[in-house]
Design a protein. Structure first.
Length: 410
């Protein structure tokens, strides 16, 4: 009997010990699970804060053209909005934003974001009721050398482009920094004009020049691109400094004009209409159309111009002087100049106005857009965008401004 009682007591003791062990294990398991859940929350909160801080740094850099005060306010709003989007913390993070210059005198935005995460299971231990996290990021804004190339051909007066382009240019140019960047304005029709030489400050000069453009004549795209390249090339970049060279090319038609020197050693700008067989010849200095130009390539020659019937193309072939070949040659030479720009490490962006009047394939090639039939991944990659009507110019120019600001940020 005593033996039975002893065994029963022993079993009861073991059962009690088991219950205690189970209770301890349950508490430990609860804590482990809690730590895992809280740890995951902290990890996800840190990841959300990292992304928010990175986005805020980029936002600040892209808004530096509005001044540091505005850039700071926009960045703070961006960080708060993006971090809340993660849903991990009800309390707004604390943001510290400073601005410095790197060794190349480029503006650097430095951001430190801190937040406090509330725990759910670990809070049973007073010192772990909250957990602090932080994230830092910086972004550098490179300097810009840019030539803006604008079409002022006669067709711009007929599609309302002449009325809408100046405002679009003024908005576009406002996105850049008068004290950091250098900008030129080139315009082209039957000939080219250097409206604003590359310089800083530039905003007022470019805006005024865009408002003063006079629209008439053909579309000498090659000339505009060549002059833009000369302006960008004229800026000597000091060793070690970080600059981005960009050309923004705008047109509403075909590149139908080019400059040629015939065997008489006389130079003319010749162009065919965008459609049809008619052509015109222009004084390369003034852009004025020469009288009787329709007879200069056939029939009796005017006294100022001996008979001219052929020309040598940029690809080495001899072609007959006619409107179709002039248009083809104008495009070939423009594409050649754009290729020279990219070989000089310039990024080319293209903006086209008009649904059917613009050769989109040509502009894709000008920009080395990824959708171009001749896209070369080994050259600087640009982009071509299109405005269906003149009312869309504001949007398309701002779209390109955003693309450029993105390239300036690293």
């Amino acid at each position: 009997m005593n033996i039975v009682r002893h065994l029963i007591g022993k079993r009861r003791g073991k059962a009690g010990q088991t219950l205690v062990m189970y209770a301890i294990l349950a508490i430990v398991l609860f804590l482990v699970i809690g730590m895992c859940i809280d740890g995951a929350t902290i990890y996800l909160s840190k990841a959300a804060l990292d992304k928010a801080v990175d986005a805020a740094a980029l936002t600040a850099v892209r808004n530096l053209f509005q001044g540091e005060t505005r850039a700071t306010a926009v960045a703070q709003a961006s960080l708060t909005a993006n971090y809340r989007g993660g849903g991990w913390n009800a309390q707004d993070p604390v943001v510290n934003i400073t601005y410095t210059l790197d060794s190349n005198d480029n503006k650097v935005v430095n951001i430190l974001g801190t937040a406090v995460v509330n725990t759910y299971f670990m809070r049973i231990v007073p010192r772990f009721q909250t957990f602090s996290i932080s994230s830092a990021a910086n972004a550098t804004r490179a300097k810009l050398i840019m030539s803006l190339v604008l079409d002022r051909s006669g067709s711009m007066a007929g599609n309302n482009g002449s009325a809408k382009l100046p405002g679009a240019v003024a908005t576009f140019i406002s996105f850049f920094d008068d004290n950091m960047d250098k900008v030129s304005l080139v315009s082209f029709a039957s000939t080219t004009n250097l409206n604003v030489a590359v310089q800083q400050p530039f905003k007022t000069l470019v805006t005024t020049a865009a408002n003063s453009l006079v629209y008439s004549g053909g579309t000498y795209s090659e000339g505009g691109l060549k002059l833009a390249k000369q302006q960008n090339d004229s800026v000597i970049i000091p060793a070690g400094e970080n600059y981005l060279k960009v050309v923004v090319f705008f047109t509403d038609g075909l590149a139908n004009t080019f400059q040629g020197t015939w065997p008489t050693n006389k130079t003319y700008n010749v162009g065919g209409t965008d459609s049809g067989t008619s052509y015109a010849i222009f004084n390369p200095g003034t852009g004025n159309q020469l009288p009787n130009s329709s007879t200069m390539f056939s029939g009796p020659s005017p006294s100022y111009c001996p008979t001219m019937s052929t020309f040598v193309s940029t690809n080495g072939t001899t072609k007959t002087c006619n409107a179709t070949n002039f248009r083809t040659e104008g495009q070939l030479r423009s594409l050649g100049t754009a290729n020279e720009m990219r070989n000089a490490n310039m990024i080319v962006f293209a903006i086209g106005l008009g649904g059917g009047s613009v050769d989109q394939s040509f502009l894709h090639q000008i920009a080395n857009d990824t959708s171009s039939s001749t896209f070369d991944p080994n050259q600087p990659i640009g982009e071509a965008v299109f405005a269906s009507t003149a009312n869309d110019l504001q949007t398309t120019f701002q779209q390109i401004a955003s693309k450029i600001l993105l390239r300036l940020t690293r």
